[in-house]
Design a protein around this ligand. Structure first.
Ligand code: 8YV
Length: 327
């Protein structure tokens, strides 16, 4: 019988990632990529020392109680709101994520979504494909300028700073941001970003990009009251997490043109999308793909695998979230 630690790879991954893991572990995989039900997850994880997870697996007290052999969950994501980290720490289960490797790719996408939203690219493409384009007209799909406008960023971590740098240096934007804590002055200078209160951010931004982590504190950080403070010409972009925006309130604000447009990559309760968002024209909708380039997804998978190998084989994870477990 194999003495290698047993690992559950909860979703399909690159074959190369499996080959790398196979050198150290006995694997149970899910290349069919059917998202496990809660019961399946509990049953499959019960006898495992480690899990390779994604945002679709919730690791909480119930899972931990059912899986006494579990030592590490390595998330293939920088966000880890699917982990109850305090519960994991209490059970001495290590949590790891994949920071840095997706920063620039996600910032590229955030900026692309901002551009597509401001310049009404999805809406105009649908119009063309529907065969409705019969003549040029002076205001056809006239949108908002990006260059020289005010870019507001809510949540100024690594990805927020990447978007700020693109706006400030590439598009001559005036960058303002709000964050739990103010950035060090050299980071502010690198992004040419000015710290403001949340109210000023909402009222002043021409384009507001959300890049903050999801938590009880950030739940519905943008709801009806916040949308009401934004300019009627403003656009809103969310590349962070569903639940930060109240999607029902956003759909209503878009329908009533209380803001001009929105670009969303993440949704409350995804992959379900609020039906009202599907029927308003002034929103660009993408299926949680901000980090989806081949090199970046490979780097994320590699880092998650390296965390499992680093910890279970060498006692040294690469990017631990609760390093106190190691002590
Ligand atoms: C992932 C993400 O694709 O890293 C994150 O936090 O949201 C995405 O890059 C997704 O979470 C799958 O794990």
């Amino acid at each position: 019988m194999s003495t290698q630690p047993r690992i559950l790879v909860a979703r399909a991954v690159f074959p190369e990632t499996l080959q790398k893991l196979e050198q150290h572990f006995e694997l149970e995989t899910n290349q069919a990529d059917t998202v496990f039900t809660r019961q399946e997850l509990l049953a499959r994880l019960k006898d495992k020392a480690g899990a390779f997870t994604t945002g679709s697996e919730r690791i909480d007290a119930e899972v931990l109680a059912a899986c006494p052999q579990l030592k590490i969950c390595a998330n293939m994501a920088v966000g880890f709101n699917n982990f109850d980290v305090p519960a994991m720490t209490a059970r001495k289960v290590l949590a790891t994520n994949t920071p840095d490797v997706l920063t620039e790719t996600t910032a590229d996408f955030g900026f692309a979504l901002l551009m597509a939203t401001a310049r009404r690219m999805a809406e105009s493409e649908h119009y063309l494909r529907a065969g409705r384009w019969t003549q040029w007209s002076y205001d056809m799909f006239a949108g908002a300028d990006v260059h020289g406008s005010t870019l507001g960023i809510l949540g100024m971590g690594r990805i927020g700073q990447g978007i700020a740098r693109r706006g400030a240096h590439g598009f001559g934007m005036n960058v303002i941001y709000h964050n739990r804590s103010r950035l060090a002055s050299e980071l502010e200078a690198a992004c040419k970003a000015r710290y403001v209160g949340k109210e000023e951010l909402l009222k002043t931004a021409d384009h507001l990009v959300l890049v903050l982590p999801y938590s009880a504190e950030s739940h519905h950080a943008i709801g009806a009251a916040e949308l009401a403070q934004m300019k009627p010409t403003a656009t809103l972009v969310n590349v962070a997490r569903g639940g930060i925006v109240d999607d029902a309130a956003l759909a209503q604000a878009l329908r009533e043109k209380r803001i001009a447009a929105a670009g969303l990559d993440v949704y409350e309760g995804e992959p379900k999308v609020h039906p009202d968002l599907l029927t308003v024209p002034n929103v660009v909708l993408t299926p949680h793909i901000a980090s989806a380039t081949v090199p970046t997804r490979r780097a994320m998978a590699d880092l998650a695998a390296d965390n499992l190998i680093g910890f279970l084989v060498h006692g040294k994870p690469v990017t631990p979230l609760n390093a106190e477990v190691l002590a």
